[in-house]
Design a protein around this ligand. Structure first.
Ligand SMILES: [Zn+2]
Length: 488
């Protein structure tokens, strides 16, 4: 009567029920009861049914007792492995008619919409993805990397704090390449929380414009909240003068003293109007966008980028010198020089013994490479912590004259760039946009985006950055605040 491989039950309905209750507790899936458990050669299949009688739209909170029909086949989700067994949850789902979304298959409480994995499984994947590499995850969980990408995208969409763009005062906008061949993500960092708060695909002015559009959506462009299809219109509210905490940012609301149909200037509530400082690189794109959307914000140049430019200038000098040695036929010296790259670029306190020795040799040899190195160190020195703004002003003045006299083309160029952005560099120091901290976050972001190179979609790469460096705390399925547990 039973299919071969079915769980042997002592011939008693009661015994089977008890066994299924055991499985039910073992799986800890919210909102279901277990109908049947089957063993197949490579997996365990648990058939479940939803406890609730009403059908719930997967896209909103609409629920109804009326079923449209039932899907002809089971839906399948992968759950956390049971020991070495792969575990599948099967459920026959009904369909409903939502007045807003039309015909839909009912949502289930234990999995996200459109997913083939349970919330517990996705939670484990997301946690691992922020901590370990691609091959470990693929082998351990038996999923491919693009599936990981889709999972973390879903987790990120759901778990990212929707209020994270409130209370931004000092931010940084920067681009990071997430794939070879010039594919970029633009990220917005909150300097106070030291977290990545927002990101999008692309770079430059258009990307920053996208950020401001999301920071202060125009009322018409703001998407209707999908969760409540038939909400009565809200009564008009009287708002006091000054900013009002109960009015959502960016939305002018008809005030009692205004002519009917006239709205208060949304700028009064705009979140962009609260930005004090925006730090960025020395390109024109982000600055243009900030001037248009947050004209009151001080544009600062991230110290990180200034030091990066100095490093590039040094590297140019080093390469030119190496090529010169090579063209003179001194292959041995040229090769030694190639190895010197890290000795020159790393912070002196972080050099290995051998790199320090190389650096000492370069110093003894003198010449333009050593001069370039000293100039680079001087640039870095401007951003040492504990310097007053007057100190830095003096250091910049001295540095600019040294650069102008350097007779090294890359450093002459660096000098004119620093001169052009002098005000922005000083503003960063005045407002305390600290090089060490921004660099630490930057390094973390770059490490993560290298891991994301394997993803096919920019959205997955972005989700990994936000999960790792954003305002989210990920938990494991057994931890008390694990995603999805207790919320259904
Ligand atoms: Zn709906």
């Amino acid at each position: 009567m039973q299919a071969a491989g079915c769980l042997k039950v002592n011939g008693l309905q009661g015994g089977r029920r008890a066994r299924h209750r055991g499985i039910f507790r073992l799986l800890r899936l919210p909102g279901v009861w277990v109908k049947k458990v089957r063993f197949e050669p490579d997996r365990v299949i648990v058939e479940v049914a939803l406890k609730r009688r009403r059908l719930v739209c997967p896209l909103c909170e609409y629920s109804t007792a009326a079923r449209k029909d039932t899907r002809p086949q089971d839906s399948v989700w992968r759950h956390l492995d049971l020991g070495v067994w792969r575990l599948e949850v099967h459920c026959r789902r009904r369909r409903l008619w939502c007045p807003v979304h039309g015909a839909r298959t009912e949502g289930v409480p234990f999995a996200r919409r459109g997913s083939e994995f349970t919330r517990d499984f996705e939670c484990l994947v997301a946690w691992l993805a922020t901590r370990t590499d691609k091959s470990t995850i693929r082998r351990m969980l038996r999923v491919d990397w693009d599936t990981v990408g889709r999972i973390i995208k879903r987790v990120c969409d759901e778990e990212l704090d929707p209020d994270r763009l409130n209370g931004l005062y000092d931010i940084g906008v920067d681009e990071v390449s997430w794939k070879r061949q010039h594919k970029y993500l633009t990220l917005v960092v909150d300097h106070q929380r030291r977290q990545v708060m927002w990101g999008c695909e692309g770079s430059g002015q258009a990307a920053a414009d996208e950020f401001f559009a999301e920071l202060d959506p125009t009322p018409d462009a703001a998407p209707e909240p999908a969760s409540r299809p038939r909400r009565p219109p809200e009564p008009a509210i009287m708002i006091p003068f000054g900013s009002c905490p109960t009015v959502p940012a960016g939305h002018g609301i008809p005030g009692a003293w205004l002519e009917p149909g006239v709205e208060i200037d949304p700028a009064i509530f705009a979140r962009a109007s609260r930005l004090r400082a925006v730090s960025m690189d020395m390109g024109p794109g982000y600055a243009k966008s900030v001037r248009a959307h947050a004209p009151q914000a001080v544009i600062c140049i991230d110290p990180y980028h200034v030091v990066q430019l100095a490093n590039q200038a040094l590297d140019e000098v080093r390469r030119a010198y190496r090529n010169e040695l090579r063209s003179l036929g001194d292959q041995q010296a040229a090769k030694r020089f190639k190895d010197s790259r890290w000795s020159l670029l790393k912070k002196p306190e972080k050099l290995t013994d051998q790199q320090a020795a190389t650096l000492a040799r370069l110093k003894a040899a003198g010449g333009e490479v050593w001069r370039a190195y000293e100039l680079k160190q001087a640039v870095r020195g401007m951003f040492e912590s504990g310097l007053s703004i007057e100190d830095v002003e003096a250091l910049i003045a001295r540095l600019l004259s040294r650069l102008a006299r350097s007779r090294l083309q890359p450093f002459l160029r660096l000098g004119s760039t620093i001169r052009k952005h002098r005000a922005g560099i000083l503003a960063a120091i005045r407002l305390g946009i600290n090089q060490g901290r921004t660099e630490a976050l930057n390094n973390k972001v770059r490490l993560i985006t290298r891991r994301a190179y394997g993803f096919h979609s920019a959205k997955a790469a972005l989700a990994l950055v936000l999960l790792t460096c954003g305002p989210i705390t990920l938990h494991l399925p057994h931890e008390p605040h694990a995603l999805g547990i207790g919320t259904h």
